[in-house]
Design a protein around this ligand. Structure first.
Ligand code: ADP
Ligand code: MG
Length: 417
């Protein structure tokens, strides 16, 4: 089938023609179709049988341009191939945290998947000040399983290289290389920021050699370190949750990249949420302290649980094989010494990626709603200055921190000023 844009008008007949949909819909005559895409890249339709609302799916289609800009910004629709491949791989490793795929088509650049109708986008829920007791546990499981099982620590050398070769995602990586890792720091024309942001706060990330060198190293790591199949965009807008369950969606930026990128993205977004909540909680008439403490406890738990689960999978696997990545463990302590050194380096990488992700959300093109919608520009600038300082500290000092507790203390200290 040749590529064709699906629309509200054509979607029912398209679904009716798919054998995989026969088990989902008892009829295609009375479907409610709503386009719910958040408007940036792709089209997302929720399709529900009006006669039986339990019969419902989500259809997501990539079009050959960037939706937010229009046809003047071409972007390969084959990004959907990467999204589908990652959803399948992550879903096999972590079915309880990835929506099931019912059908996919490379020709049509679309996927039909489970409608997470009882779950909401985490970013919006955090903006409202809601608490998710199981989220850190779920997301640390997702990251430990996906990153460990797609790495050289688990896969055969040949399998891993073939998988890495299939996951070369040139165009979407370029977006990250430009918009996350270059433009914010070079005073690019695409940057947009709060007019109340003090000039010296921007200069501190654009005109300081130590910071520019750190960001250069982080960019180089992003471009060269093919460690694991990463999600590539694991912010709180790519997570749908309720009190019991947590799902990861939207892995179109997926490729074989540095492991620290996913935990870094998540920690950056939790810290940005934390910085926004001083204002947001006060605006809701609440004492900001309890919710902000909860966000920091989640930040801490995301890392500590991820580290423990990743190490647990690794030790179990080495035990099962009776072998280690480093070869024979002649003294009985060398394999563990390597694991500890590996996690220390991964923590430093994670902090570096967290730092650049924070700074780009303040100075670059794409914003996070929890900060960008603070209506009082001076209040907004206060959160933004703290985000830039914290981001810069993480990027520059990434290899020197003792643990996640020090990061939490740093966040608390910077936002108190
Ligand atoms: P994009 O790649 O354009 O950012 P997303 O995958 O983030 O698209 O989806 C956009 C929006 O569509 C999400 O914010 C969410 O509201 C909705 N959505 C996406 N996938 C699902 C799903 N499986 N179930 C329910 N809603 C979904
Ligand atoms: Mg998205």
């Amino acid at each position: 089938m040749a590529f064709e844009r699906i629309t509200e008008a054509t979607i029912a007949s398209y679904l009716a023609g798919l054998p995989a949909m026969a088990g989902h819909f008892s009829s295609f005559d009375d479907l409610d179709v709503r386009e719910v895409g958040d408007g940036n890249l792709n089209f997302v339709f929720i399709v529900t049988n009006r006669r039986n609302p339990d019969e419902t799916v989500v259809v997501k289609q990539a079009v050959p341009f960037l939706r937010v800009v229009g046809e003047s910004w071409p972007l390969t629709r084959h990004r959907m191939d990467f999204e589908v491949a990652a959803l399948e791989r992550f879903g096999a490793l972590c079915p309880e945290h990835v929506p099931a795929i019912y059908h996919s088509s490379s020709d049509m650049s679309l996927v039909v998947m489970r409608n997470l109708r009882n779950h909401r986008i985490l970013r919006h829920e955090l903006m409202e000040g809601l608490v998710f007791p199981r989220m850190a546990d779920h997301l640390s499981t997702f990251m430990a399983r996906t990153l460990f099982h797609t790495s050289d620590l688990y896969l055969g050398h040949d399998v891993k290289k073939e998988a890495a070769g299939r996951a070369i995602n040139i165009e979407l990586c370029k977006i990250t290389e430009d918009f996350v890792l270059t433009h914010p720091y070079e005073d690019n024309e695409t940057n947009v920021y709060n007019p109340a942001l003090p000039r010296d706060a921007v200069d501190a990330i654009q005109r300081e050699p130590a910071l520019r060198a750190a960001v250069g190293e982080i960019k180089y790591a992003f471009m060269t370190r093919a460690e694991a199949l990463i999600h590539g965009d694991l912010h709180t807008g790519s997570i749908m949750a309720n009190a019991d369950e947590t799902f990861v969606i939207d892995p179109e930026f997926s490729f074989y990249g540095p492991m620290g990128f996913d935990p870094g993205a998540l920690i950056a977004n939790l810290l940005l949420a934390y910085l926004s909540q001083d204002y947001r909680q006060r605006a809701m008439g609440r004492d900001p302290a309890p919710y902000r403490d909860w966000l920091l406890s989640v930040t801490r738990e995301v890392w500590t649980s991820f580290e423990a689960k990743f190490l647990g999978l690794w030790r179990d696997e080495d035990g099962r094989r009776g072998a280690s990545f480093i070869g024979r463990d002649l003294d009985g302590h060398s394999a563990e010494a390597f694991r500890q050194a590996f996690m220390k380096r991964l923590f430093a990488d994670t902090l570096g990626f967290a730092g650049v992700k924070m700074m780009r959300r303040i100075v670059g093109l794409a914003k996070v709603a929890e900060i960008a919608t603070i209506p009082d520009l001076e209040e907004r600038a206060r959160a933004e200055v703290a985000a830039l300082r914290l981001g810069a500290e993480l990027a520059k000092g990434r290899a020197g921190f003792s643990g996640i507790g020090e990061i939490v203390d740093l966040a608390r200290g910077l936002s108190a000023k």
